[in-house]
Design a binder for this molecule. Structure first.
Ligand SMILES: Cc1cc2nc3c(=O)[nH]c(=O)nc-3n(C[C@H](O)[C@H](O)[C@H](O)COP(=O)(O)OP(=O)(O)OC[C@H]3O[C@@H](n4cnc5c(N)ncnc54)[C@H](O)[C@@H]3O)c2cc1C
Length: 428
């Protein structure tokens, strides 16, 4: 019997397994994850466990091939949309209240934005953060009942591509015929280690770094009414720099500290339950810088420079604005600084682009003034993207190993899940 081992029970791995099960795959499917099953996973375990990162803490499924990472480059536009639909259908199917899943589809860029920013408009499916835990439980139950084996709280420490063996801890090993590697952001160092160990050819990547911006929602309401998860952008092609607002949260919007490589960086999520309403908006101001030698090392160094006393930093020009509370009630872990100087020390002149972005937002949203704060840094460590066969996302050097999700080239739930489905199709 063919043995498929999936490393990572994230969005990509879980969608792949579901597609295999739905189509009566005859082999044995085993999923290994260092996090917990949906019954034991705690709300604050944001990155690891069943449904991975975004499948646990947020539920906005972007629905456009230009957002959330790469898919159409492998399989074309039409196929991408078909694979996206399968991911959204899965979230609806295991949703306790599917009629609440709604799609926002803004159409027109408003005039007041135009002089300063571009606005990327695309549909987003809103699953509702508060339902994710129930969705996860229903989904998990389906997979277990259909014979998928899960191994929890177990870190895969190495993979022998030649002998087709997965190492679990120091002593255990597991053989595979096909391997799906979907370790997401929390496994980025592992992916990097394997890429180096097996000398996998990779594509050059850009730096993606910036800040998480937070302000009262009222200042942005005019735009939120048009586009809930708005994406402002601007490009400086001659400088290799582009900026965009990223992952906007409204109404009940919370900033979340992420812990990667021992450093703090920031992200955000929204709650749907009215009891969490706080009238805030937060979004990343993310800058993409092309042409930096060793972008990963550069980003890590910049992130380290923004750590004080073992935490990230927070700045507001308004002394009354302090770091917010998390949805669990504690304060967002950060150290308050009294200027944007640390950002300049970390990003050098590139920090100017972020400051300028904020200054221009003050023009577009005139009530904003000094009523905002930034958590520094927000960073996307893009894993080195291994070269894969476009028809099944398998490594060009090792065709029985498939890379999916953030470990390959995704940056969002829909694309990650769709990549999982794409690989599952090739195995069927
Ligand atoms: C706070 C937050 C909010 C987000 N919100 C959104 C959103 O609203 N919309 C959106 O589109 N995207 C969002 N994202 C991004 C999205 O979550 C990811 O793009 C997506 O989850 C990637 O899917 P994946 O399957 O590749 O990896 P993940 O979902 O991250 O899953 C990877 C899994 O692999 C496991 N793992 C890692 N290393 C190992 C190892 N060595 N051994 C065993 N297991 C391992 C981890 O425990 C984890 O469960 C958010 C991310 C975060 C952190």
């Amino acid at each position: 019997m063919q043995k498929v081992v999936i490393v990572g029970a994230g969005v990509a791995g879980v969608n792949a397994a579901t597609k295999l099960v739905d189509n009566n795959f005859k082999g044995q499917i085993t999923i290994i994850d260092m996090g917990k099953d949906p019954y034991n996973r705690l709300p604050e375990e944001v990155m690891t466990g069943f449904l991975g990162a975004g499948g646990w803490s947020d539920g906005k499924l972007t629905y456009h091939t230009e957002v959330g990472g790469q898919l159409s480059k492998y399989c074309g536009e039409e196929k991408s949309m078909e694979l996206f639909d399968q991911v959204i259908d899965n979230f609806k199917r295991f949703h306790p209240n599917p009629s609440e899943v709604q799609c926002s589809d803004p159409q027109e860029e408003p005039e007041f934005i135009k002089p300063y920013f571009g606005l990327k408009l695309f549909p987003v499916w809103h699953i509702g953060t508060d339902y994710l835990s129930e969705i996860a439980k229903n989904w998990y139950k389906y997979l277990v009942e259909n014979g998928v084996e899960f191994i929890w709280e177990t870190k895969v420490t190495d993979i022998d591509f030649e002998d087709q063996m997965v190492s679990i801890g120091a002593v255990d090993e597991m053989q595979y015929d096909k391997l799906i590697f979907g370790v997401g952001k929390s496994g980025i160092d592992f992916g990097k280690h394997l890429a180096e160990k097996y000398n996998l050819p990779t594509e050059p990547k850009a730096v993606q770094i910036g800040v998480r911006f937070e302000a009262p929602q009222k200042h942005f309401q005019k735009l939120i009414d048009i586009s809930y998860d708005f994406k402002l952008y601007r490009k400086f092609p001659d400088k290799g720099v582009s900026l965009r607002s990223f992952c906007t949260n409204n109404n009940a919007a919370y900033v979340a500290a992420e812990h990667t490589y021992g450093d703090y960086s920031y992200n955000g999520h929204a709650k749907k339950d009215p009891k969490y309403k706080n009238g805030m908006t937060n979004f990343g101001i993310l800058m993409e810088i092309r042409g930096i030698d060793k972008p990963f090392d550069w980003s890590r160094e910049a992130v380290q420079k923004l750590q004080i006393n073992g935490k990230g930093t927070f700045y507001s020009p308004n002394s009354n604005r302090v770091p917010s509370k998390t949805s669990e009630g504690g304060y967002v872990k950060c150290e308050v600084v009294n200027s944007m100087l640390p950002l300049y020390e970390a990003l050098e002149d590139y920090a100017f682009y972020i400051e300028d972005f904020i200054e221009d937002m003050k023009e577009v949203f005139p009530t904003l003034g000094e009523d905002w704060g930034i958590y520094m840094p927000e960073v996307k460590y893009l894993s080195p993207e291994p070269l894969v066969n476009y028809d099944n996302l398998s490594l060009t050097k090792y065709p029985n190993i498939h890379f999916v999700g953030d470990a390959l080239s995704a940056r969002g739930i829909t694309v990650s899940g769709a990549q999982g489905n794409y690989v599952a199709e090739s195995l069927l």
